[in-house]
Design a binder for this molecule. Structure first.
Ligand code: ADP
Ligand code: MG
Length: 253
């Protein structure tokens, strides 16, 4: 399988706080990798760096074999152009804990806006794409509704459809179910599971160990801004090699 994402020696500092301390990881085409780690271990910062919502201080990020970010000799300066950054952002979709839908737009409007503004699609082509992706997340019947009339789980599925409509080569999920009422978590996890089974390449930060066990091809445990342990779900969740991984799992089951 070919690599969609490769991260090499990625560092991120916030002033004196050294949050990412040389992350190395890769995600292959069609793979679902789950990132686990305690609060504050750098999971969100890592995902945000991968989408350049935060600028890494050091390291290399390659998407589909194309180098999109690398520090130059000047510390903290990444060698890329704005055009490259925008191209990268379009190829890596991201879903956040907060759905951030536009409240004044209908569901289909929310999904259409990206392809129209960023990909130059016509209204009709964007509407067709929006409907295809709303169907994919099982919420086509809400196309004409406004977000406020939807449950949190439905809104999050719209946010997933919105990211998918950009036809990204991979999807990042940052605790996509953490803001939901417990009874709504399942529908979003099921949507993510279906995407994984469709062959979408996914990097998923979650505390849902059931999802990690049942859906992930690989589990990556982050600790202190480093990849502390990784392996198959069976290896990491059932037979963790390292003490910190065991501590984390004990406190999450
Ligand atoms: P996680 O998602 O694993 O809980 P984060 O990546 O959100 O962890 O945060 C890792 C560390 O970086 C925390 O100590 C957090 O306070 C700090 N941090 C995150 N974002 C910023 C920021 N914009 N400025 C300063 N510190 C930050
Ligand atoms: Mg986080």
């Amino acid at each position: 399988m070919s690599e969609v994402l490769r991260v090499e020696n990625l560092h991120k500092r916030f002033g004196p706080l050294h949050v990412l301390r040389g992350i190395n990881l890769s995600v292959r085409k069609g793979e679902t990798a789950v990132i686990l780690g305690a609060s504050g271990s750098g999971k969100s910062t890592l995902l945000r760096c991968l989408n350049f919502l935060e600028m890494p201080n050091e390291g290399r990020i390659t998407v589909e074999g194309k180098l999109v970010g690398q520090v130059t000799t000047k510390p903290g300066v990444m060698a890329y152009s704005n055009a490259e950054l925008n191209a990268l952002r379009a190829r890596v979709g991201m879903v956040f804990q907060q759905f951030n839908l536009f409240p004044h737009m209908t569901v289909e409007g929310n999904v259409m806006i990206g392809p129209m503004k960023l990909r130059g699609m016509t209204t009709e082509a964007a509407r067709k794409l929006a409907h295809d992706n709303l169907r994919r997340v099982g919420i086509l019947e809400k196309a004409g509704e406004y977000p406020a009339r939807l449950s949190g789980g439905q809104q999050q599925r719209v946010a997933i459809a919105r990211a998918l409509a950009m036809e990204p080569s991979m999807m990042l999920f940052d605790e996509a179910t953490s803001a939901l009422d417990p009874e709504l978590v399942g529908e979003v996890l099921l949507t993510m599971r279906r995407l994984s089974e469709e062959g979408m390449t996914m990097l998923v930060v979650t505390h849902e160990l059931g999802f990690a066990y049942n859906v992930a091809h690989r589990v990556i445990f982050l600790e202190g801004g480093e990849v502390h342990e990784q392996g198959t779900p069976q290896e990491v969740l059932l037979h963790p090699k390292r003490e910190r991984t065991r501590d984390f799992l004990r406190s999450h089951t």
